[in-house]
Design a protein around this ligand. Sequence first.
Ligand code: UDP
Length: 473
Amino acid sequence: MGSLTSDDPIHVVLFPFMSKGHAIPILHLARLLLLRRLAAAVTVFTTPSNLPFVSRHLAGTLASAVSLPFPGDIPGLPTGVESTDALPSMSLFPAFATGTVLMQPSLEAELQRLHPRPTFMVSDGFLWWTLDSASKLGIPRLVFYGMSNYSMALSRAAGVENHLRGPTAEDEPFTLNAFPWIKLTKNDFERYFFQSLTEDNPQLEFIMKAMVATQKSNGLVVNSFQELESTFLDYWNRESGLGAWCIGPLLPLEHPVVGDPPLRTPWAEWLDRKRAGGERVLYAAFGSQAEIPAAQLQEIALGLESSGASFLWVIKRKESDIMADIDSGFEDRVSGRGMVVREWVDQRGILIHGSVQGFLSHCGWNSVLESLCAGVPILAWPMMAEQPLNARMVAEEMGAGLRVEAADGTVRGFVRGEGLAEAVRELMEGERGEAARKKAKEVAETARKAVEEGGSSWTALGTLVEEISRQRK
Ligand code: UDP
């Protein structure tokens, strides 16, 4: 393939990871690139069983979805599972991520077939091997992790300043020279950060591969906006040697997006009735990946029940089965005041419904952005990955939320129902909740400005396409 000339139409290739939280913002990026005519063509790679979800999100656009066969023989993985949301346990995550490398030959064959020739690729950090494929064909690769600048910067600083390895207790507070006002503990970070590189640890192994490939890539695409976390973005850009482009929030601030079905569901109607009655609703949901043990689910139910708040609680099928076993009378007891939903919902549609005035959330980064961009304050209850850092950012750095306190005071500890109920009441009716709500509304306004014409994210995306396209060989 020869080098790119100014006549070559821009063709952007996107390859999101096979989990909803990683895919949704990338699918929005596909839409943006076409809407703004920054690209003449966009191709999104996915796998057969993720194809319907991807196609639904691309409906009404000219983006193409190309499905690559997913390896059926990944050691330790049940066949037919093509998404981390469907894994029987998150302990299989490393096997899943590592197994995706078997898709490399089919990706390379498809990349060579594409017309017009791909100009650049944005692929998930967990698909580190896509860098090799892109490099072979002279295609620049940008990396997407779906994390905030805050969590990337703090993870980097904690590693560089050597706080994570060594004998310090996991709940012992420490601060970083780079960000002395932030009090952290080891518990704020994923466990693999504590482990030595020599340990036989599949998670650490694939994370290391991802990090090495990231460092050799052409930059990072970040689902955030400069005004939200400029201190952390500046740190990252100064220290990492790898430019981060803040082009978010990557979510449809105009809603519903083209192609979405209208929000006509039992819970939408229920929310309408709450709004008509002047009631404030707490939305409770913990994303697509978190695994909540039975005893903790029961405390959530207790907490929601005794908080006195109206609530809409989205649970997964597995959790629904557990609830049926441990507390089958819960829904009858809260009937009228609380609603439990057992399906995939339009979360953004719920968050922008005027009745929703608080979000009990695990602080997945998409959930954080969706909530704040709807002006809804967060009751932060982090469960895994970089969520503890997101929770700190929301509650302590921005003041747009409160924290759920664990009974033992640790970041990931067990939460009792009465503690949860008190935090819910404070968020929904208390002074601190009101202050957080005001802050969330300010963030929503800043986010809207960042993505409108001439805003920071708007401009960054245009510049990114221009600059990275020039790096095509
Ligand atoms: N989501 C949704 N409906 C659901 C559950 C989740 O639309 O029933 C979306 C949610 O709006 C968000 C994404 O799935 O965009 C979850 O991403 P997040 O980063 O919040 O959490 P994760 O699932 O990755 O832990």
